[in-house]
Design a protein around this ligand. Structure first.
Ligand SMILES: Cc1cc2nc3c(=O)[nH]c(=O)nc-3n(C[C@H](O)[C@H](O)[C@H](O)COP(=O)(O)O)c2cc1C
Length: 275
């Protein structure tokens, strides 16, 4: 008498799982199954890690930006807590077109990059020498005051296209709004040893003491191979072997320091109207 098939274990009944299990280990089906399962498990682990680490990455990115602002202002001390040191700055959201600070946004949390992407807070550029496509109407600038409460330095964000990437950085100006204290980028993807030499401390040091505009108020700053007629006070040597990144830096600095950028703000400052 034959046994009822339903009472037999699955392997004996010959169901799909049993048939799969019975296949040789090196069969195509088993190999594919193991490969797909491994991919799924690995992608789940990577996704979970990405989600779990996102808040930490955001905190680190913010900290890195704050360190860069401290560095460009010349007050970074690795021994000190970044947040404590950063408290020295007075952030303001600046309306570029008027050159005046606005209270419309919270300066401590205003996101310049998000604002530059949002059509409500940015404009599409027709004349776009910095290659940024859209420009935020508002940016966060940082004032550093001396012990007497007078403005000592101004730190302003700027960005523009190099050869491979958009370079994001800060320029620090002296209180007169014309003498450069420093410039540095905190985010770019130019080639190490070529365009990435924008991060070379020796090249960055060349910016200290240079001037933006001449006595007549004409913007003269340049980053080129040869110094133009305005002279070396307004000139930073190009990076060797990286003329294209250098052109990007030249264009972005002139764009942001000109009328479409911080021009109105610097005029307000020079008129003594920024307190
Ligand atoms: C793989 C590769 C990466 C390069 N990266 C850069 C770069 O990041 N910035 C740059 O200006 N030029 C870069 N260049 C060189 C440019 O193509 C170009 O030759 C250079 O900007 C010219 O500079 P020069 O006139 O000072 O020689 C790169 C070239 C190669 C082959």
């Amino acid at each position: 008498m034959s046994e009822d098939k339903n009472t037999l274990p699955e392997t004996a009944r010959g169901g799909p799982i049993a048939r799969f299990m019975a296949l040789p280990t090196d069969s195509v089906a088993k190999t594919l199954f193991v490969a797909v399962t491994l991919c799924l498990v690995a992608s789940m682990i990577v996704s979970a890690a990405a989600v779990a680490l996102r808040p930490t990455q955001e905190i680190n990115a913010l900290k890195d930006k704050q360190i860069n602002i401290l560095q460009v202002a010349g007050i970074y001390d690795p021994e000190k807590d970044v947040l404590d040191s950063f408290a020295a700055f007075e952030p303001h959201v600046l309306e570029l077109s008027t050159g005046a600070f606005t209270q419309e946004f919270d300066a401590a949390s205003f996101d310049d990059r998000a604002a530059a992407d949002d059509p409500a807070t940015s404009i599409a550029l027709e004349d776009d020498p910095a290659g940024i496509v859209r420009q935020g109407k508002y940016v966060t600038v940082y004032l550093l005051r001396d012990d007497a409460g007078e403005i000592d330095k101004l730190i302003m964000p700027l960005h523009g296209y190099g050869l491979w990437s958009t370079l994001y950085g800060f320029i620090a100006l002296e209180e007169n709004g014309n003498d450069i204290f420093g410039l540095q980028f905190y985010d770019h993807a130019e080639t190490p040893g070529l365009g990435a030499e924008v991060d070379n401390p020796r090249w960055k040091a060349l910016w200290n003491g240079k001037r933006l505009s001449d006595e007549d108020g004409t913007l003269q700053i340049s980053v080129t191979k040869a110094a133009p007629a305005a002279g070396k006070d307004y000139h930073i040597d190009a990076l060797a072997g990286a003329t294209l990144t250098t052109n990007g830096v030249h264009n972005l600095v002139r764009f942001w320091m000109g009328e479409a950028g911080y021009g109105p703000f610097l005029d307000t400052l020079k008129a003594g109207d920024v307190q």
